[in-house]
Design a protein around this ligand. Structure first.
Ligand SMILES: *Cc1c(COP(=O)(O)O)cnc(C)c1O
Length: 366
């Protein structure tokens, strides 16, 4: 098998989705599965859909196109929401390929409405509201104009409102900002005499709030990528109970394994990636090089197996200290790493890393 490779266990993805769908379901919250970190991989979308997510959220049309042309019927035909505001230059494709999109600009809504008319389609709209994290979202005083426009446009369908937190400024979803969201929803409902069908509260960072909240709220949906793929709560970087944290792993191959001095010699200046980490200890260590680099991963986001630790990485070499693996690592060995979101994003995007999915279903079908 090719190296490096990203290996995705679809049964674990399905399990993670099912667990989250069930636990959030008890709170009246549905789940959209977000596949952007794996570039809209259709089999991952299919596993999420088997796990019970309501639809797929994608941020890029290239990934949506991959889903739409998939051989897997569930992934090809599911409800897809574009979770980044469409570019004006892509409006026609956004309407043709996506059932709905997240929006915060009147000019975009106007163009969506016109494109939907031209295509004889209806396009769903989620109006994003700025709640303090300062990424996307309309300010509260802009909302009435946006709502009025969507309600008046026959080719647009108001799906609801949404918010996104913890991505730009690290603002944590909590009872306060979620109550603010619910209050805004109720004010808009009163002003326009409509019932807001859905409220999409946020991403994986909202799980902690959603699973622990006790008071009333209006949130009916979360958009979850990281929590399903990695089983991690991004806010506290903790594993989520009863979820697999190894549904996605990265396998790299050792290309050099030698005993080397702990400390470099010569005049030490900076490396291609800034100042090198200082090395601790004395004498020699067993050092292993893996054919994997910053073009493929974020070295800070990799977890090596027990007995190995990461000393650093350049464009295409990852340097490991072999401090206790038995037997010692040798050339040709494959090493399996855990990944955080940043490392996963880069590995899935690197043209040098093959993505391989597997499932017991494949074995049964074969
Ligand atoms: C990426 C993204 C998500 C999913 O984020 P995760 O942390 O992977 O759950 C949800 N909503 C929006 C708007 C996003 O950009």
């Amino acid at each position: 098998m090719s190296c490096p490779r990203l290996v995705i266990d679809l049964d674990k993805i399905e399990h993670n989705a099912k667990e989250l769908v069930s636990r959030l379901g008890e709170k009246g919250i549905g789940v959209s599965g977000v596949t952007k970190a794996v570039l809209g991989c259709p089999s991952v979308a299919d596993a999420m859909l088997r796990g019970g997510v309501d639809g797929i959220g994608e941020s890029r049309l290239q990934n949506v196109s991959r889903l739409r042309s998939a051989a897997l019927a569930r992934a090809a035909t599911c409800n897809v929401t574009l979770i980044r505001s469409p570019m004006l230059s892509q409006i026609d494709d956004a309407v043709a390929m996506c059932d709905a999109s997240l929006n915060s600009e009147l000019v975009v809504l106007r163009r969506l409405a016109a494109a939907a008319v031209r295509q004889g389609r209806s396009h769903g709209v989620w109006l994003m509201i700025e709640l303090g994290d300062l990424r996307e979202g309309a300010m509260v005083d802009e909302l009435p104009e946006l709502v009025a426009f969507v309600l008046d446009a026959p080719s647009l369908e108001l799906r609801g409102v949404g918010s996104n937190l913890a991505c730009q400024s690290g603002v944590a979803p909590d009872d306060n900002n979620m109550r603010e969201l619910s209050d805004i929803v109720e004010r808009l409902e009163a002003e326009f005499a409509v019932a807001m069908p859905c409220v999409s509260g946020g991403n994986s960072a909202s799980l902690h709030w959603a699973l622990n909240c006790t008071g009333p709220h209006r949130v009916t949906n979360l958009r979850l990528g990281e929590a399903i793929l990695l089983g991690l709560d991004p806010l506290y970087r903790q594993p989520i109970a009863r979820l697999y944290t190894d549904a996605v792993v990265l396998v790299g191959e050792v290309i050099e394994a030698k005993v080397k001095p702990v400390h470099p010699w010569g005049t030490v200046a900076t490396t291609s990636f800034g100042v090198a980490r200082s090395r601790v200890g004395s004498g020699t260590i067993r050092q292993a090089l893996v054919a994997l680099g910053r073009q493929d991963i974020d070295p800070d986001g990799l977890t090596p197996p027990l007995g190995l630790s990461i000393l650093g990485a350049s464009s295409d070499h990852l340097v490991l200290a072999d401090v206790g693996s038995a037997p010692p690592v040798s050339v040709g060995d494959e090493i399996q790493f855990g990944l955080d979101y940043a490392a996963l994003l880069r590995a899935a995007t690197s043209p040098f890393v093959e993505t391989i999915t597997h499932s017991k279903r494949d074995v049964l079908a074969a």
